[in-house]
Ligand binder design. Sequence first.
Ligand code: HPA
Length: 270
Amino acid sequence: MYKKIDAACEYIRSKFDKKIDIAIVLGSGLGPLADEIENPLELDYADIPYFPVPTLAGHAGKLIIGTIGDKTVVAMKGRFHYYEGHDMEIVQLGIRVFQRLGIEKVILTNACGGIREDLVPGSIMIIRDHIGLFCPSVLRGENYDEFGPRFKDMTEVYSKAAGNVARKVAAENGIEITDGVYAYFPGPMYESPAEILAYRALGADAVGMSTVPEAIAARHGGQTTLGISLITNRAAGLGNAELSHAEVVEIANKAEKNLVTLVKGVITQW
Ligand code: HPA
C-alpha cells in the first residue's frame, strides 16, 4: 500500500508541487463541478501509477488540479468503487494519496437514493453520520501507522463545523439543504424494497454505494470531511419507477447548478 501511495504521489508532485488546500471527490453525474476549477491541470488516471481507470458511465478518470477563489483544489473526477471489484486498498487510494500530499480537508460528494420522506430527487443532504455495517472495513489488515492509529474514533467522521459552513453558504444563496444519515450498500445492484425498509428501521435517511470507505480512511488519516449527497431517486420500493443509472446521471446533471454554487461557496469560505 505504501508503495502504491508513494508512486502515485511522486507522479502527481512531478506535475504539481504546490500546497493543495482541499480535495473533492465527485459522485456519479457530478463531474461538471470540475469545470469550475480555474487554470486546470488534468492528470489522466491511466498515467498515475496504480490508479485504475473507472469502468462506468458518468465517471471519467481524471484528477483536476487548479484554483477556486483563493484556494488550491484537486478534484477526483471518477472514484474507485468496491462494486467494480477493487479491494478496499484501491477504494481508499485517492484519499491516502491526498493525505500524503498534506491535504487536510476533503469534500466527498455522491448521488444516492432518498429513504426519508422529504428526500426527493434533486434534494441536497449534508451527511451528518453514516451506517457502514455492510461495508467491509478499509482499516482491516495491517494498520497504516503513519496515517493513524489501529483503533480510531468515529464519532465525528463528518465535520460539524464544515456542515455549518455549508448551511451558511446555502442560506446565502437561497439553496434548500437538509442533513441526514447516509447508509452504505455494496451494490452494484440497487437495494431490494425490503432492504430499504430495513435500512429505514436502522435510522438511514439515504442510501448509496460509495463515500463511507473514503470517509473512514479520511477520518483515520486525520482529515476533516464534508459529505454532500445529491438525492437522484426515491430508494427502491418508495417511488413508482424502476431504478436506473441513466436516471441517476440525468437527475444529477439537472441538479448540478445548486450543487456547484454550494461546493464553490464552501471552498471559498471553509
Ligand atoms: N441506491 C444506491 N445507490 C444509489 C441510488 C440508490 O437508490 N441512487 C443513486 N445511487
